[in-house]
Write a protein that binds this ligand. Sequence first.
Ligand SMILES: C[S@@+](CC[C@H](N)C(=O)[O-])C[C@H]1O[C@@H](n2cnc3c(N)ncnc32)[C@H](O)[C@@H]1O
Length: 314
Amino acid sequence: MTLIRLITLSLTQQFGKQELKRTPEPSPITTGIQAVKGYDQALRTKTSLLYIAIIEQIRRLYDRAAAKTAIELCCGPGFLSVFLAEFLGYTEVLGVDLSPTMISAAQANARAAGLTDKITFQEGDVTKLHSIPSHSFDTALFSEAAHHLHDLQMVASVIAEMDRITKPQGLVLISDIARLRTKTLADAYVAYTSNEFLKWGLNAHLEDFKNTIMAVWTPKELVTTIPRKSKRRWVAYTCRCLPFYQIIIGVPEERKEPIFRPIQPDSQNRLLKYLCDIWRRENGEAWTQNTLREWKWFKLLLLQFPKEVPIPKE
Ligand SMILES: C[S@@+](CC[C@H](N)C(=O)[O-])C[C@H]1O[C@@H](n2cnc3c(N)ncnc32)[C@H](O)[C@@H]1O
């Protein structure tokens, strides 16, 4: 992609009209073996950049000494649950997904990481969390799944429940891809990801990804789901320059500033090192170096200098 084209796309996504309408996911629960296989290969693809950003953001937001218990809603293959235990020191992580196939994949991933004593995966519907007592977890995470829910009211009630089941001093984090503004932008994003999905034979995953980018919420839509009655302070961010990804944070109560510690240097980022080893083995050095350059940009634009999304008042 030429620089001029990238700048044009970036300006359209920042300032253009929201022309691309939302199409809900055709099958919100991911049960097909091929589709699950696709998600389960995420660590060898650039999807893993999203995982590094989320884990790094949680590390910056939450005092590790205090972090013990976490729930991951719509955990899919469970990588984030595994990373919470492996790289952020959480000792009791519960991953919930309605797909039995995903739960099996997640359990296999926890076994492979040797973390079955710290992580439990359970089949369940995240729109029905009422049996979980209030203030049960230090952290509640809902990643790349808000777009699986049919409407914003459902998303709002899930986030209200996340707020309820998280301790007042705990952290709530929601992240997802943001809907692009035009079909041209959506096509460019599909083109960017399709080569590597096809290289790994993840044709079904590519079709899933196309559905995802049509189903995701715009940042303006997603911020409307932030609970009005919450005692927490909430902040919402997208990537500066190319707002294709978004994070909403329910800040631990009594914390004045959301961010607790600075971004760690890449040389100290254990998850990045772990993924680099996978990338080198699976994709080679040139791919790894290219992906590391993309990580530096992504980190800068999403974590270091993010664009804040205004949260509407009542
Ligand atoms: C795109 S995957 C996200 C996986 C994971 N959170 C990640 O970031 O890698 C979305 C997951 O949401 C699950 N899902 C959709 N609706 C759900 C619901 N109501 N309750 C539980 N899981 C649901 C799907 O089965 C799928 O595994």
